[in-house]
Design a protein around this ligand. Structure first.
Ligand code: SAT
Ligand code: MN
Length: 592
């Protein structure tokens, strides 16, 4: 670990940060305070320490060089939405989409938990920058944490350390994030956001979205509030580049709820010959109107925090290459060769191994070896198809925005919005079956507008209005086209109708050709759908019935869908923008 004189240098760089660190240390009583400089040597040293301390297990240096395995507390495996709060002066500002507490009460409750919680532990000071250090659109934070695991993950996921602290000093402002794993007691676990003071307090969890405060807490919940005020957008979206065989390139952003395949789509290997996908980000996009009037998207992160189960050479070869070195695996199986394994990895299960809870495990034990929400943390720079512009301080111009979710029926494979307002309507009515990424029952349909339900830091009705406002912020023809996609349709027997993964390039191709004005579509009551011949299904051996089911309107299903959206809209108590009410009424009228 770095030596004391260097800490003094970092600590003396910014008086505001130092004063806050001192105040927190007084409250939390750590054994020592360590300022992170973000260097490779610091990362390596910290990893060595944790390995020596048995908090991390080193993996096989031949097959997974520089990689480690972490096991969480068995109760600490996912985001905890019921324990996540937005604390604003007025309850109405947090909206029906957030749990709310008055700031004063929230601070009192949290400070009582933090009092003395770092005794015997190290307090790490983690200055970080979301977005390229040199981008005017980036935002900085400082996370104080007592978890070295969090420090390592922050090092992979953000621009962390010395350069970030310099930028904070230049900016004169930063988001304060205080985190402690506490005693990991689920009864004493809360994630609180104070958007009006630009601060976050998180206690009792070491899990990604609860503990890596730059990610969902800053880059989505806090940033969404700042973005509303400043006229930009903080979105739960991947960003990808799509290049056609003719060499024409378009950038797309896509919002899907957690664990619905954003990482897979973001770095997909297209099956269609001549098409190329390059990746700019897999989870978060900050979007603003550029000088030319188009919407520009930037990924504020530097790594991928992806779901492990289901990630294989077949489903996502680029992810497999990305996490092959210098990565952290959390809650997966350890094999006797000190490799990692998980369900649907595309590799035979080891005859015996150690499961995510650290217990001996065999494939016939009747339980999963890896937790369904087990994760890899890997540097984006190692992605074989990382886009050359992924760190462009201006971001990249978007040609299309996609929304999607897990919908076994009714929702077609791809549907193009008539215009911006219709696209916002599509985003606002996103629904998806729940997954293991959040605690709770998986597999039930819930409305998850813009895939932002767990991440929008203010009243969702105001958020809808903010989205609508972009039609006034630039010329309409400069706005990206909007699409709703659904890779998850099933037939009556429960079989997937669409092969997904690399075959999704067929849908991207249609979208790309629509943007360029060359692909055919048919106007239907629900949107513009591909004509039967417009979607390239060559070589898929799909039955006509299946192809038809994927791109046809199911009027009965859609009437039910519209009713369900109406019921959802009712939650917004008259605050819902009129444009969306009209969109719903128009849809119902078109359905007859
Ligand atoms: O744990 S995270 O919130 O970062 C991942 C996710 O649920 O999207
Ligand atoms: Mn996510």
């Amino acid at each position: 670990m770095a030596t004391a004189p260097q800490h003094v240098t970092l600590a003396s760089m910014n008086r505001d940060v130092a004063a806050w660190v001192e105040e927190v240390a007084k409250l939390t009583q750590p054994q020592k305070v360590y300022w992170c400089d973000g260097s490779d040597s610091e990362f390596a040293a910290l990893k060595r320490e944790l390995v020596a301390d048995k908090q991390l297990l080193p993996l096989n240096p031949q097959s997974f060089p520089g990689c480690v395995l972490s096991r969480s507390h068995p109760s600490d495996v996912a985001r905890v939405e019921h324990l996540t709060f937005v604390c604003t002066k007025n309850k109405e500002d947090a909206g029906p989409n957030n749990h709310w507490l008055a700031p004063k009460q929230a601070h009192a409750q949290m400070d009582a938990l933090f009092a003395g919680c770092m005794q015997g532990r190290t307090l790490y000071v983690v200055p970080y920058c979301m977005g390229p250090i040199d981008s005017p659109f980036s935002r900085c934070g400082v996370e104080i944490t007592d978890s070295a695991y969090v420090v390592l993950n922050m090092q992979l996921m953000t621009r962390m350390g010395h350069a970030a602290l310099e930028r904070i000093t230049r900016d004169g402002t930063f988001v304060r994030g205080l985190h402690s794993t506490g005693d990991l007691n689920p009864e004493r676990r809360f994630i609180m956001h104070f958007p009006e003071e630009l601060s976050i307090k998180s206690f009792g969890s070491g899990y990604g979205g609860n503990a890596l405060l730059g990610k969902k807490c800053l880059a989505l919940r806090i940033a969404s509030v700042v973005a509303k005020r400043e006229g930009w957008m903080a979105e739960h979206m991947l960003i990808l580049g799509l290049t056609s065989p003719a060499g024409k390139k378009h950038y797309l952003a896509a919002a899907f709820p957690s664990a619905c395949g954003k990482t897979n789509l973001a770095m997909m290997l297209p099956t269609l010959p001549g098409w190329k996908v390059t990746c700019l980000g897999d989870d978060i996009a900050w979007i603003r109107v550029g000088k030319d009037g188009r919407l520009y998207a930037m990924n504020p992160e530097t790594g991928f925090f992806g779901v492990a189960p289901g990630t294989s050479q077949k489903s996502n070869p680029n992810a497999v290459a990305t996490f092959a070195r210098n990565s952290i695996f959390t809650n997966v199986v350890l094999t006797p060769d000190e490799d990692v394994w998980w369900e649907e990895m595309g590799v035979a299960a080891p005859a015996k191994g150690v499961d995510w809870e650290g217990k001996e495990w065999t494939p016939d034990s009747g339980r999963k070896g890896a937790h369904p929400n087990s994760r890899f943390t890997a540097p984006a720079s190692q992605c074989p198809v990382i886009d050359s512009d992924w760190q462009n301080p201006e971001g990249v111009p978007l040609s299309a925005i996609l929304f999607g979710g897990r919908r076994p029926n009714t929702i077609p494979l791809v549907n193009e919005a008539f215009d911006w307002e219709h696209g916002v309507f599509m985003g606002s009515s996103c629904g998806s079956e729940t997954t293991a990424a959040a605690l709770g029952q998986a597999g039930v349909l819930r409305r998850d507008p813009f895939a932002m339900l767990p991440f929008c830091g203010y009243n969702m009705a105001d958020y809808f209005a903010h989205w609508l406002s972009f039609a006034q912020r630039t010329e309409r023809n400069k706005l990206p086209r909007v699409y709703f996609v659904n890779w998850f349709r099933k037939d009556a027997g429960g079989k997937w109708l669409w092969p997904g993964y690399g075959e999704n390039s067929r849908v991207l191709k249609w979208i790309c050709e629509r943007v360029e004005g060359s692909a055919k579509s048919q106007r239907t009551p629900i949107g513009n759908l591909p004509t039967p011949d417009a979607l390239d299904t060559s070589g898929l051996n799909m039955s006509n019935g299946d192809a038809e089911a994927l791109t046809a309107v199911d009027p009965a299903g859609w009437k039910k869908e519209a009713e369900d959206i109406a019921a959802y809209y009712a939650k917004f108590n008259g605050k819902l923008p009129a444009a969306l009410k009209n969109q719903l009424a128009e849809l119902q009228r078109r359905l007859g």
